[in-house]
Design a protein. Structure first.
Length: 234
């Protein structure tokens, strides 16, 4: 009597099970290779240099950082700049902070367009005197139309070398052309409020010897964009 030797070939289900680890390993390898390629061609140092150049050419201001920036990927693509400062060349900066978190679209990884969606500042200090000095040097109509959301935590405003507002928390989104609004202020025309919408809170504000505590300011898009009421004619 002849006996049939059992086949040593694996069943189709067994083959499929053996393929899954190989497929997963290939996917992981491709993901790692893509990340390394993106990291190589869009290094934080490269983007930091681009931002410095744009600040100089478009704002007429010098952007400096305390160390090279780094990328973050959760939940959005963002560039973290440690100890940034912004100001006129060979002049004290009008803005400095512990860090600036610049949120950008993912398309920046494969596009030449550099768009900023939001800037988060940690412990910024704004020198109003230095800011006014910088604004006075800006030619009318030369500033770019910059629109993004600005957040700041534990901010301080300084005037005359002394803090005039401390513990400031704010979140504003531009609703119009801020550059055009600045030009209108130089000519004493246009709305009194800038085209922004959001809220600002301060632990304390001191103006002319008067100290206010627990201040909250809120602006809306329609209020920011509306011009001041005309004075009645006699």
């Amino acid at each position: 009597m002849a006996f049939c030797r059992p086949s040593s070939a694996p069943m189709p289900e067994t083959r499929r099970r053996r393929r899954w680890p190989i497929v997963l390993a290939l996917v992981a390898a491709l993901a790692i290779a893509g990340f390394i390629a993106a990291r190589h061609y869009t290094r934080p140092e490269t983007l930091t240099v681009i931002l410095i150049a744009k600040a100089r050419s478009q704002l007429g201001a010098e952007l400096a950082v305390g160390a090279p920036g780094r990328f973050g990927f959760v939940p959005d693509l963002h560039l973290v700049l440690p100890k940034p400062s912004l100001g006129q060349a060979s002049q004290p900066p009008f803005l400095r902070a512990e860090s600036a978190d610049i949120v950008m679209p993912w398309s920046i990884l494969w596009s030449d367009r550099y768009e900023i969606r939001r800037i988060d500042l940690v412990s910024p200090e704004l020198d109003l005197d230095a800011l006014n000095a910088w604004l006075s040097t800006r030619p009318a109509g030369k500033a770019p139309d910059v629109r993004f959301t600005l957040r700041a935590t534990d901010a301080t405003l300084v005037a005359g070398g002394k803090p005039v507002a401390s513990g400031v928390e704010l979140e504003f989104a531009s609703t119009g052309d801020l550059a055009a609004w600045l030009d209108e202020q130089k000519n004493a025309t246009g709305p009194l409020l800038p085209p922004i919408a959001g809220t600002a809170k301060a632990d304390s504000i001191e103006i002319g010897g008067t100290k206010l505590e627990g201040v909250r300011i809120e602006t809306h898009e329609d209020e920011a964009a509306s011009p001041p009421p005309e004075k009645p004619r006699r």
